[in-house]
Design a binder for this molecule. Structure first.
Ligand SMILES: C[S@@+](CC[C@H](N)C(=O)[O-])C[C@H]1O[C@@H](n2cnc3c(N)ncnc32)[C@H](O)[C@@H]1O
Length: 217
């Protein structure tokens, strides 16, 4: 287990620990995630405020990440031989799926340094190599495909959809946050129920994950 990740997690959430979990819907991928039995009842209001200020997205596998990883492994032709960038990688679940499915190169891009540490740790756990990028703006290498799961949690982030298509000819987005998602040059490919790990007991609405394909014209 990565001691640095464990240390940083327990500094924010006392008594929380990481555990290595095989994803229920993608059992060939294993990730270090927040222990499912973490003691929520011990959290006082100061700790909750600290968690809100320092969200540890990388300690969860978001429902959209699990669905997009499954989609990529079931449809490897999207990534095979391609230079892929996973925007907002978090734990690295989607980037790892792309590498397992035969991508030529996979860049895990996240502006949270701890997420990049988690990506590196989880990539090694799954026997794949990822390139790490801390800045979307500064990573300007040619890219064939952009992957993005659960990055539209804020409506302002919708503007990324257009930016993705300026950077790559093809984009796969998985989202459960914006029900009426419709954007120019994007089409709906699939819709599945899933869940976040550890399970946050989110409402049914946020368990419905849609996968979209964007193509530059
Ligand atoms: C909800 S998490 C999703 C993680 C992962 N894709 C998954 O599905 O499990 C969103 C991630 O986007 C990252 N993020 C947010 N804004 C970003 C930006 N401007 N550039 C790169 N990453 C960003 C966050 O740090 C976080 O790790």
């Amino acid at each position: 287990m990565s001691t640095e990740l464990s240390r940083r997690l327990s500094a924010v959430i006392p008594d929380a620990a990481l555990e290595i979990v095989a994803l229920p819907e993608v059992p060939n991928i294993r990730l270090a995630l927040l222990q499912a039995s973490y003691p929520q009842h011990l959290l006082d209001s100061d700790t909750i405020a600290e968690i809100m200020n320092t969200p540890m997205y990388w300690a969860f596998c978001w429902a959209s990440g699990q669905v997009l990883a499954r989609f990529i492994l079931d449809n490897p032709d999207y990534v095979k031989g391609q230079r892929v960038l996973d925007f907002g990688s978090g734990s690295g679940v989607v980037a790892i799926a792309a590498a397992l499915a035969g991508a030529k190169q996979v860049v895990a891009c996240d502006n949270d340094p701890l997420a990049l540490l988690a990506c590196a740790y989880n990539a090694e756990l799954n026997g794949v190599k990822l390139v790490l990028a801390s800045s979307w703006e500064r990573y300007v290498e040619p890219t064939d495909l952009i992957l993005a799961s659960d990055v539209l949690y804020d409506r302002a982030n919708l503007s990324w959809l257009e930016l993705f298509l300026k950077r790559a000819p093809c984009v796969l987005v998985a989202d459960s946050r914006i029900r009426d998602f419709s954007a120019e040059h994007y089409e709906l490919l699939s819709s599945n129920n899933s869940f976040t790990l550890p399970d946050l007991d989110e409402s049914q609405e946020f368990r419905r994950v849609r996968v979209y394909l964007g193509r530059a014209v």
